[in-house]
Ligand binder design. Structure first.
Ligand SMILES: C[S@@+](CC[C@H](N)C(=O)[O-])C[C@H]1O[C@@H](n2cnc3c(N)ncnc32)[C@H](O)[C@@H]1O
Length: 415
């Protein structure tokens, strides 16, 4: 985080992590991700135990305090093991070797005084400006539910090409009401049946909705010319291909488009791949339907990329609505009259979601195609009064409602 890397990049760069195998490797990754997901709340609680501001603690020592506290407070690991292993790490790791005494004292106190962590609002996991921003949108309860979701280990869902019920049974996994499959925690993806054969791909249950909603409103996409305008890494492209559409997948990033190609190769499907800016690019013949998964602040997927909360700034977020509006205008240029466009972003901020759609509907280009409850089994709770979806965590986590990453999804018809 201090070096501006995301967690996966940092782990990939680490020789120490590279040397780990099997359960040790999994545990090291779990420590890093649990700590990062809740780091603001951990720091808030640690601050009360320290005699100087957190910024004055030597970064290597602070890193050990954070991962020690993360294991105690978030992972609920046995205190004796956490304290001795972390103090040992301080002794063995030269940059932190002078901090062993402090690590020992603070982690013992962290074990005795767990209230220091639990008494803080869950939304302390984020920087204050972000918690305030989300709270203004979701309200005090909504923001705590989202923070709770983003504090937890994310589930792994997959989308299969077909026969979801059979695959769920074969994998002893849960078939969700929307036909996504939720894998048991700790499943090794690449060892699962059908991975090598490309019968399925990892895709959050919420992320699987836009392509299905496009299919449902277009009288079936099979054989139709469909564009996926911001395609990489290709989860939705693969869904459109599996439906049997004639797919053109666009992305500005050639590197990310190469991942779409790799994914299509594994799943033995094909699409026309174009590396271009969708705001500028135009097809020779308009498309029958378009999926627009626009670049966004991605605040709804922070449980998968928790370091993102600390890399974003209020100013950085303000650039998205103009880009999203231009992309939707470009989609209007590229789709046939009567053609359907599904717009989605993975953020709850209205300026990137409902406001973009409301403004589009004020032009002559679009009519609304509201989403019906029977099109989104398991996500009925997420329907907004306008007929869009906002897949914020349901208030009742025991309910049959599906808990997923947070997406805003709207559907429009070109006039
Ligand atoms: C949210 S991701 C898309 C995820 C993808 N649809 C999926 O389901 O796997 C947004 C993508 O939009 C691409 N992008 C951003 N601006 C773009 C533009 N102006 N034209 C085309 N692609 C763009 C980014 O490179 C990024 O890969």
């Amino acid at each position: 985080m201090q070096e501006g890397l995301d967690m996966d990049e940092a782990l990939a760069d680490s020789e120490a992590f590279d040397a780990l195998e099997g359960a040790d490797r999994g545990f090291a990754r779990a420590i890093a991700s649990s700590t990062l997901r809740t780091i603001g709340r951990i720091d808030g609680a640690l601050a009360g135990f320290l005699d100087r501001p957190i910024s004055k603690i030597d970064p290597p020592v602070l890193a050990l305090l954070r991962i020690g506290a993360g294991q105690l407070w978030v992972m609920d690991a046995p205190a004796y093991a956490v304290v001795s292993a972390t103090v040992d790490a301080a002794r063995q790791w030269k940059p932190a070797s002078r901090g062993g005494g402090l690590v020992n004292a603070i982690l013992r106190r962290a074990d005795r005084e767990r209230d220091a962590f639990t008494a803080l609002p869950t939304s302390r996991i984020w920087p204050d400006w972000l918690a305030d921003r989300l709270s203004a949108v979701l309200g005090p309860e909504g923001v705590e539910s989202l923070a709770q979701l983003q504090s937890e280990d994310p589930n792994t869902d997959i989308t299969v090409k077909s026969n979801a019920a059979d695959w769920a049974e074969k994998m002893s996994a849960e078939l969700l009401a929307n036909e996504s499959i939720r894998l048991p925690t700790g499943t090794s993806i690449t060892d699962l049946e059908g991975y090598v054969e490309g019968e399925w791909w990892v895709q959050d249950a919420g992320a699987a909705l836009p392509a299905r909603l496009l299919d449902k409103a277009s009288g079936g996409l099979k054989g139709k010319r469909v564009a996926d305008l911001c395609a990489a890494p290709g989860g939705k492209t693969m869904q459109l291909c599996a439906i049997g559409a004639d797919v053109t997948a666009l992305d500005t990033s050639p590197g990310r488009l190469a991942i779409v190609e790799e994914n299509l190769g594994r799943t033995q499907m094909s699409a026309k791949l174009i590396s271009a800016d969708a705001i500028e690019w135009r097809p020779e013949t308009p498309f029958d339907a378009i999926l627009l998964d626009a670049p966004c602040s991605a605040l709804g997927t922070l449980r998968r990329h928790p370091e993102g909360a600390w890399r974003r700034t209020a100013k950085g977020l303000s650039r998205y609505p103009a880009i999203q509006t231009k992309l939707l205008e470009a989609a209007a240029d590229m789709v046939n009259p009567g053609g359907v466009v599904v717009y989605c972003v993975c953020t709850p901020l209205p300026e990137e979601g409902v406001d973009v759609i409301t403004a589009a509907l004020e032009t002559d280009d679009w009519s609304a195609l509201p989403i019906n409850a029977d099109e989104v089994p398991g996500f009925e709770h997420a329907l907004t009064p306008e007929g869009w979806l906002l897949t914020a965590p349901p208030a009742d986590r025991q309910s049959p409602h599906i808990v997923s990453d947070l997406f805003f999804i709207a559907r429009l018809k070109r006039n």
